[in-house]
Every structure is written in C-alpha cells, then in structure tokens.
Design a protein around this ligand. Structure first.
Ligand code: MN
Ligand code: MN
Length: 454
C-alpha cells in the first residue's frame, strides 16, 4: 500500500503502475462530466441520470425505507441529495457544491450600442473581471414565455454552435487602462457579451436579434425577466502538460469534488450508517436561496428519511444530526510557485500531493471558520491511512492574507461533525482553472473510503 502522507514525494511518485493508470482513466471520465455538467442545472440533471441508472429512486414516492434502499432528493432541479440507507439512521455525508462563478444575464439584458447588440450581465460569485474578456462563452439556462412554456437554452458547447464574447481594449490604445488596478481595468458594467450585429435594411440590429429569438425560441424581450441564463466558458476541458498529469477546465470548483462525491456514493459498499452525497447550489454567493445550504432542504430530507423509517420526532432528528459526520467537500488553493508570497509553505498544500484536509478556513483570526475538532480529524486521518488514500494538510493562504468559507459551518450548526476536505487547485474561480489528476483521483478514493468506514 502506498505511503499516505508525505510533503516530499508527490502522489505520482508513490503510486504503482496500476494506480497511475487508474488515476488517468478517472481523469477521462471526470473531463466528460465537466463538459456535460457546465451549470448547476446541467450538473443536477446529469447526477440524477447517473443515480437513476444505478437504481436510485425519488424519496417522495417511497412508502417506507429499509437498509440498502437508494433514494434521491431533487431540490428544484438545482441541488441533489443521494442517499444509501443504512442499518442506522445516522449519516455519513459528503457535501459538495455544483454551482460555479459565471456571468448571469440581467433581467433586461438586450441592448444595442453603435450597431452591436449586447447582453448586459451581473457576475455570479467572486471573479477577477478582466479574466472573463476575450474568451468564447456559452449561453445556458431556462426562459419562460408569457404563456408559461419553459424553453431550455444551450448554445455554445457544440463545436458547430456560435458563442458569445466580451471584448477588451486593444493594447495599442490601452495606455490609460493599463495604469488602472486589476480590479478596475474592467468594470462589472463592461462585462457585456456581444450577441450579434446582422440586420437588414430598415431594421436595427437589436430588432433583428429579437426577431431571431422569437423565431427560433419563441422568446420576447419581456421573457428575460422570467429567466435564468448563464454565460459560461465554452471551451472543453483539456489535459495539461506533456505527461497529461493535469486538467485545465471551467468549473472545477467544485465539480472536482462533486464528481468524486457522485462516483464515490455510486461505487461505495453500503454501510451500517446511511450514506448521503449532498450536491448543493448557491455556495458561490453565500449559500442563500432555497437551493442553498442555508435553507431547510437538507433538514427536510433527513426528517423525511427518518419518518419513512418510523422515527419522525424532533428529538430523533437532532440526535441523528448530532451523531452524523461530514466531509465538507470543496476545493482549496495550493502553493503556486509563481505567487509563493501569499502562502506559508509549511502549511500550504502542494499540487499533486493528495486530497487536502483543512482544519479551518475563515480569514484573519479564523473568522467565520468551522474549525474542526481534533477528535474528528483523527478519525478522518485514520480512515484515509487505513484505506491507502494520499492526503495532505493545507491552509488557504498566509494568516493575514486570505481566507474563504464553505458549507461546513452550516452543517456544524446542526451538531454534525464536519471537516473541510477537498482537492487543491491553481487559478481557482478563473474561466479555466488547473488541478492534478492524481489529486482528483485521491479525492474520489477519500470520499469512497469515508462512505465505507464504520
Ligand atoms: Mn467551492
Ligand atoms: Mn468557489
């Protein structure tokens, strides 16, 4: 069995030929997921499709539950919970999120300026705005027409599709722009995506685009007010490096953990405890809204499971939560050799050194952090060591430098034991971010080992 903890040898150096092959094969399946599950709605649909294939049933049709039953909860097509019922009601939860930073269309997005038709946007999640210019963008989401018809939009992912594009100023005329800070060089209002220019005589370009939308999709201008349309990078995921050891793609925060979570619960042997894979929406904007973790849907789900097992009291619920354990499965930063000044090397994670166990996140004095209990860290560390999972520790930046939050503290509020545990990556929240196939594979092995632990 390979050495599970090392700060001097990468996972690649510790793997045998069979393990390396398995990690590379996992990378292929993971890339296919990234290219399919580009938004939270597409991710939720793909997760449910895969789960149904493996015999998971919607929990709302169940009359009772027994050990071994596989059920799922669909929260408004944007969040999903999968569960394999155990002999005991307590849960082993792996909680990840399926939303990613992007540009959302405003409610009145179409506007024309100097012959060009634009979509006005409001960005979703934390982004470096200048990174979202000059890249091909796909438009994905839903629109309702006045008579209530739901229209699914998915334009830009197929090679034959057109894409959308946010322009930046050419370098030749950018003297003044180049003196601005990176935060000010491109403003939020400048993140407008070009949607067309063609029109015929006697017609404005905006009229022409609206006529095209009416003809092809039945959409009128007012319908954008009853829509959720997202601009996401259109480029497919790619291998990086001569050795193909890395993956560059949009949305790996947090689909690397979400994909590992999905594969782990589908592959894990059923346990004594109930296994639950939580794949939630809205993490990137603070977990608000009724598809986010601050809302009540996970609580309702657990209560529903308990009721179907004849244990519906409030006390049963609290005891279940108190005795449950969770890996908060979200990505973390790792040491970037091009920006070493933001990390403290002895407590940073490294690219390709295994799944990252993070006792606390938060910022400047652990503020807002879950700060996991040592007892639970010991338990998780032992699970990984016993199962041969490569893991490492890693803080999010130097003490006074950075910080960030996950869904960990929200579950801890119910009494659940939680620790942050996910994949390390570079260029997080960029339109195309980077991580190691070895780390992605160890993330899957880690979640599977956690589900299978007693
Ligand atoms: Mn995340
Ligand atoms: Mn994030």
């Amino acid at each position: 069995m390979k050495e599970t903890y090392s700060r001097s040898k990468s996972v690649w150096q510790r793997m045998n030929a069979r393990e390396r092959k398995a990690a590379m094969a996992y990378g292929e399946k993971y890339k296919a997921f990234l290219d399919t599950a580009r938004t939270e709605r597409l991710a939720a649909a793909e997760i449910i499709r895969r789960a149904e294939e493996k015999g998971f049933k919607p929990v709302y049709i169940m009359k009772s539950l027994k050990a071994g039953d596989k059920v799922y909860w669909n929260q408004k097509d944007k969040s999903v919970i999968l569960a394999v019922i155990g002999k005991e009601p307590v849960h082993e939860i792996v909680g990840s999120h399926i939303d990613s930073p992007r540009l959302d269309l405003k409610a009145n997005p179409v506007h024309e300026q100097d012959g060009i038709v634009y979509f006005r946007t409001h960005y979703y999640g934390g982004i470096k705005k200048y990174q979202w210019t000059c890249i091909p963008l796909a438009l994905i989401g839903v629109v309702f027409t006045k008579d209530g018809k739901k229209v699914d939009i998915n334009i830009g992912l197929k090679d034959s599709d057109p894409v959308f594009y946010v322009s930046d100023l050419l370098i030749h005329m950018a003297q003044d722009q180049m003196k601005k800070t990176l935060a000010e060089g491109i403003t939020g209002e400048q993140l407008q995506a070009v949607a067309g220019t063609h029109s015929e005589e006697g017609q404005t370009p905006k009229d022409a685009i609206m006529a095209l939308l009416k003809k092809e999709y039945g959409i009128e201008e007012e319908d954008f007010a009853a829509a959720e349309l997202e601009l996401v990078p259109a480029t497919k995921s790619r291998d990086v490096g001569f050795d193909r050891s890395l993956i560059a793609s949009y949305g790996q925060d947090d689909r690397v953990c979400s994909y590992a979570n999905l594969e782990a619960i589908l592959d894990a042997k059923p346990g004594v405890k109930t296994q639950a894979a939580l794949l939630t929406d809205k993490e990137e904007i603070g977990s608000y809204g009724n598809t986010g973790m601050e809302s009540s849907y996970f609580v309702k789900f657990v209560m529903k499971l308990l009721a179907l097992q004849g244990q519906g009291s409030l006390l049963d619920f609290y005891e279940t939560m108190e005795n449950s354990e969770m890996l908060s499965a979200d990505v973390n930063s790792c040491l970037d050799p091009m920006f070493p000044e933001v990390s403290e090397k002895d407590n940073a994670s490294f690219l390709g050194y295994g799944i990252n166990l993070t006792k606390y996140g938060g910022s400047r004095g652990k503020s807002g952090s879950n700060d996991a209990n040592a007892e639970f860290l010991q338990k998780v560390r032992k699970i990984f060591n016993d199962a041969g999972v490569c893991w490492q520790i890693g803080e999010l930046g130097k003490v006074d430098q950075g910080g960030g939050g996950t869904i960990a503290f929200m579950m801890a509020n119910w009494g659940v034991e939680v620790v942050d545990c996910g994949t390390s990556m570079l260029s997080m929240h960029a339109p195309c971010d980077l991580l190691s196939k070895a780390d992605a594979y160890e993330t899957y092995l880690a979640y599977k080992a956690f589900f299978e632990s007693r």
